[in-house]
Design a protein around this ligand. Sequence first.
Ligand code: N2P
Length: 357
Amino acid sequence: MKNLIQAFLAVLVVSIVCLIAINRLNASAGYSGTNTLTVYNWGDYIDEEVIDQFEEETGITVIYETFDSNEAMMTKIQQGGTTYDVAVPSEYMVQKMMEEDLLIELDHSKLPNLKNIDERFMDLAFDPGNKFSVPYFWGTVGIVFNTKMLPDMNFKSWDDLWDPELKNDILLVDGAREVIGMGLNSLGYSLNDTNKVHLQEAQDKLNTLTPNIKAIVGDENKLLMANGEAPVALVWSGDASEIMFENEDLDYSVPEEGSNLWFDNMVIPKTAKNIDGAHQFINFMLDAEVAAQNTEYVSYSTPNKEALKYMPEEMVNDERFYPSPELTDKLEVYDNLGKKNLAYYNELFLEFKMYRK
Ligand code: N2P
C-alpha cells in the first residue's frame, strides 16, 4: 500500500511539473490565446520600444507582422491562415472589410484613451461613430524632392514629373491607388473615378512617364532619397517627413491639381483570438505619451491631439505634415470603389508595371 501511495504521489508530482512546463512553453512560443497578441501593421510603422513597453505592462506577448499594401493585407486576412488580433487598414479598406463582415465591433468602454483623438479625425464617413476603427496615423500623398539635385523645380504640378530633364530619376511608391490616382489627378479627374475611358487615359499618360521612372519601390524609397541616390519620389507624406530630418536638402510638395488625404486605422478582425488584448493594445497606442513617442519615431502625422503636447514644436507646426483643415478640404479621400473597380485599378497598375519592362 505504501509503495502504491508513493508511486501515486510520484506520478502526481511529475504531472504537475509537466503541466507547468507546457504552460510556460506555450506562453513563450505564442500558442496561448490570452497571453499573445498578433498585430498586423504596415512596414516601418511602429516604434518597437512601444511594443516592448506594452508587453511589460500587460504580460501579453506581441507577435508582430507587416504588410506593404492594403490589398496584400486584405488577401492575407481573407485567407484566414493567421489569426490576426489587430490590423491597420486605410479608410477605404476599413469600409471594404466592414462590408465583407470581417471586423469586430469595438467596445468603446475599453478604449478610454479614445478621448485623446482630435474630433476632426473621429466619426468620418467611412466608419460613422468609429464602430469598427480608430485612427492611427494620417497624411497626404505628394512628391519629395532634393532641392540641391533639382534646384529649378518646385513640383507644384503633377505634370512637373513629366519634365524630360527627369530621365530615370523618379521613384514611385508601389501602390495601385496612389499611382493610378496620380495619373487621374494630373488629368484633372477624381481619385475615385471609375469611368473606364478616364482610367485608360490615366494609364496611357502614366505609360509616357516610363522614361523618367527609376524604380517602383516600397520602404526602400526612403533610403534612396535620404542618401541622394534619387532626386524625386512619389510618397506618403510621413515617409517624406522622416527623411527630411535626415537630409535637409529634401522638401515635400502636394501638387495643386489635388491629391489624396488618407487615414490609417486600428481594427480588430473577426479572426481575432484575443479580443480583450486587442482592446488593451489599441487603448495603449492611444495613450498621449505612447502616441507621442511612436509618432516621433515613425514621423507620420498623429491624429492624437494630446500627443501633440509632448512632441517637438517644429514637428507639430510643420504645415507640410500637419496641414490645416482649409488645405485638407481640397484633397480627396479614397472611396471604397467596390470589388470590380478595385480589381480594375490593380489590373491597370500591373499592366503599367509590365509596360516598363
Ligand atoms: C508606412 C506606410 C504608411 C502607409 N511605411 C500609408 N497608408
